[in-house]
Design a protein around this ligand. Structure first.
Ligand code: SF4
Length: 342
């Protein structure tokens, strides 16, 4: 069978079945843009073509194993099984205006092993295929369409470091942006990375319209390396240069700071951060810490409300755009840093 997300294989199938190109375009459009499901996608084409397509095309890559819905806010966690039996998760975020987002995973775990993140503790990490990435978007889109909502934003903030799966990430972005795919504006796409300078440059060149978020967490190299051991490879100066280059395309960059008591929230952290950010076009997002369930995390504590407020005020006073993130889904293990928990 041929995956609907594999455009090369689909074209070969189309030629073999001698189908009008409009037939494939129609099926993909109904499935990827209207999120109307495979039955409706097949019903949109001439009756004579339906049996061949139904037999030869695989619409979904992932099995939806379970959905969990927050009782506190508009978040739902979708738990998927891949065809080789791995578990991955996506999160649907609904906001009151009706515009909704999906936070997708790019790997089955993460080799970065950040101190504060549940995903980084999983073993046997593999990259998700382009089809597995895109099927998370379609599944979320279908769930939202069933509620009369429209999926608006796709953010790569789920399990994995997206740039460790760069080829499949870029192929997925091409389909998300493409007129022959999901046709979403780059403004509605966001890639969040721990900050790999070369990969940021390649994203800037290939996808200038797609948003970028950098998990900086600390502008002090030593603390950053403690929190995210992998970042030792990329000194803060190189990261700053990549952000500066990105700014040249007119794009501000979101800087994420996880607010950790005594680690990232002290007056010295604020000074280091404002100095490091000086001259960059950025929006700083302060993220409250969502403790993973389970033992062994006591060394890390989230900042108090008053410390977060003071840090936010300090950034604004220094002239930076800054906001505090209200993470949704913490009661279902769907908030930032909690994915992959059972
Ligand atoms: S925070 Fe991101 S980069 Fe770090 S371990 Fe978790 S998923 Fe990987």
């Amino acid at each position: 069978m041929v995956s609907l997300y594999d455009q090369t294989a689909l074209e070969a199938l189309r030629k073999r079945l001698r189908l009008d190109p409009r037939v494939i375009r129609k099926v993909r459009s109904i499935f990827l843009r209207s999120f109307a499901g495979s039955v409706q996608a097949l019903e949109s084409v001439p009756e004579a073509n339906r049996p061949d397509l139904a037999e030869a095309v695989r619409f979904h890559e992932l099995e939806l194993a379970e959905s969990r819905h927050s009782v506190r806010d508009g978040a739902s966690k979708l738990l998927f099984k891949t065809r080789d039996g791995q578990s991955i998760e996506s999160v649907i975020l609904r906001i009151a205006t009706g515009r909704s987002s999906v936070c997708v995973s790019s790997q089955t775990g993460c080799a970065a092993g950040c101190l504060f993140c549940a995903t980084g503790r999983l073993k046997g990490v593999r990259n998700l295929t382009t089809a597995e990435i895109l099927d998370q978007v379609v599944r979320a889109g279908e769930a939202l369409a069933g509620e009369g909502r429209r999926l608006r934003n796709v953010v790569f903030m789920g399990m994995g470091e997206p740039f460790h799966n760069e080829d499949n990430l870029f192929t997925a972005l091409r389909q998300l942006e493409g007129a022959d795919g999901f046709h979403l504006s780059g403004r509605h796409l966001l890639v969040s990375t721990l900050g790999i300078p070369d990969a940021i440059s390649r994203l800037s060149r290939g996808f200038p319209g797609v948003g970028l978020a950098v998990s900086l967490h600390s502008a002090r190299q030593e603390m950053r390396d403690t929190l995210m051991p992998l970042t030792r490879r990329w000194p803060l100066a190189e990261l700053r240069q990549a952000i500066l280059e990105r700014n040249k395309s007119g794009q501000p960059v979101m800087i994420e700071i996880l607010m950790l008591d005594g680690m990232t929230d002290t007056p010295a952290d604020l000074v280091a951060l404002t100095e490091w950010l000086s001259g960059l076009a950025v929006h700083v997002n302060l993220i409250p810490y969502n403790p993973p369930f389970g033992a062994g995390e006591a060394a890390i504590k989230g900042s108090s409300e008053s410390t977060v407020s003071a840090f936010l005020a300090g950034l604004k006073k220094a002239g930076f755009k800054a906001t505090r993130r209200y993470s949704l889904g913490s009661d279902i293990g769907a908030a930032c840093g909690q994915l992959a928990q059972r």
